[in-house]
Design a protein around this ligand. Structure first.
Ligand code: PLP
Length: 287
């Protein structure tokens, strides 16, 4: 079935979907994006994603391409036209089309593009087997809290991971502390059973899944600390996992080719994954 993309007010065949060569997203990576999980026809945590979109746009002084309500309607229509029950919705807003000049254009209208692609309902193999990560230097800019389309360091990091035969790269800052993965937040569970993830600041993206996990931890009385950790602490951890909207909680079983604990997915990681899936299933029922 042909896919439909939304491009600046029009629903077009995905194969023909295009923006102008002088779109500032294309020329300067002058734009932001969101990825929302579509689960059984429901957009999971859509409002939290739209809040983050609002914040990213605000930080870069890009205006909304249309009202938030209008975008919601266009997003649902894009989903409807693609007829996927489960998948990922990609939303990108750039500063718009203007003659190439670094300064903000006086006139440009923000560009809005949305696409939908289908994915399997649950990444069972990732949950069952876990994934490996490598650590690499974090060479990104200082505003990683903005979900900017400028992802070159993330691209290079993910490629390095692929070449090392693993799923993700955890980036390490100049102080030797893990920031996050190239497309996920990073977590460990200490020997004492405490869940640890880096505090939300300009250093990391404040993951929507990260927040859901922290809320679940509170609800389930799982002790947690928002603090930074080193690769050495992660090597010695009882468990490790990563989180994002595409795969929820994914156990990490190897870091830099060393097994985490006995090399099997940790029980808390798997429990959080399953609880998250339950959250989505319940969400899908009531939304
Ligand atoms: N960190 C980075 C760099 C990401 O790109 C992502 C998601 O793509 C995340 C964290 C996780 O964010 P979320 O849970 O909102 O998907």
């Amino acid at each position: 079935m042909p896919r439909t993309a939304y491009v600046n007010g029009r629903y077009v065949d995905h194969r023909d979907a295009a923006v102008h060569v002088e779109d500032r997203g294309y020329q300067f990576a002058d734009g932001v994006y969101e990825v929302i999980h579509l689960f059984r026809g429901r957009l999971i945590d859509a409002e939290a994603h739209l809040d983050r979109l609002d914040r990213s746009l605000g930080e870069l002084q890009i205006s909304w391409p249309m009202s938030r309500g209008g975008l919601r309607v266009a997003m649902r229509e894009t989903v409807r036209r693609n007829r996927f029950a489960t998948g990922l919705v990609y939303i990108q807003v750039t500063r718009g089309v203007a003659p190439r000049d670094h300064r903000f254009p006086a006139q440009a209208r923000p560009s809005l593009v949305m696409t939908v692609r289908t994915i399997p309902e649950f990444p069972d193999q990732m949950r069952a087997e876990g994934v490996g990560v490598i650590t690499i230097p974090d060479i990104r800019w200082a505003r990683r809290d903005i979900k900017s389309v400028s992802l070159l360091p993330n691209v290079l990091g993910k490629q390095a991971a692929a070449e090392a035969g693993v799923y993700e790269a955890w980036m390490v800052d100049e102080d030797g502390l893990v920031t996050e993965g190239t497309s996920s937040n990073a977590w460990i569970v200490t020997g004492e059973g405490v869940l640890v993830t880096r505090p939300a600041s300009h250093d990391i993206l404040r993951g929507i899944t990260r927040q859901v996990i922290l809320d679940l931890a509170s609800e389930l009385d799982i002790p947690f600390e928002e603090r930074s950790f080193t690769p050495d602490e992660a090597y010695e951890a009882r468990e490790a996992f990563l989180s994002n909207s595409s795969h929820f909680v994914t156990p990490v079983t190897r870091i830099d080719d060393r097994p985490v604990a006995n090399g099997d997915p940790g029980s808390l990681s798997v429990a959080l994954h399953d609880r998250y899936v339950r959250f989505m299933t319940e969400f899908a029922k009531i939304d």
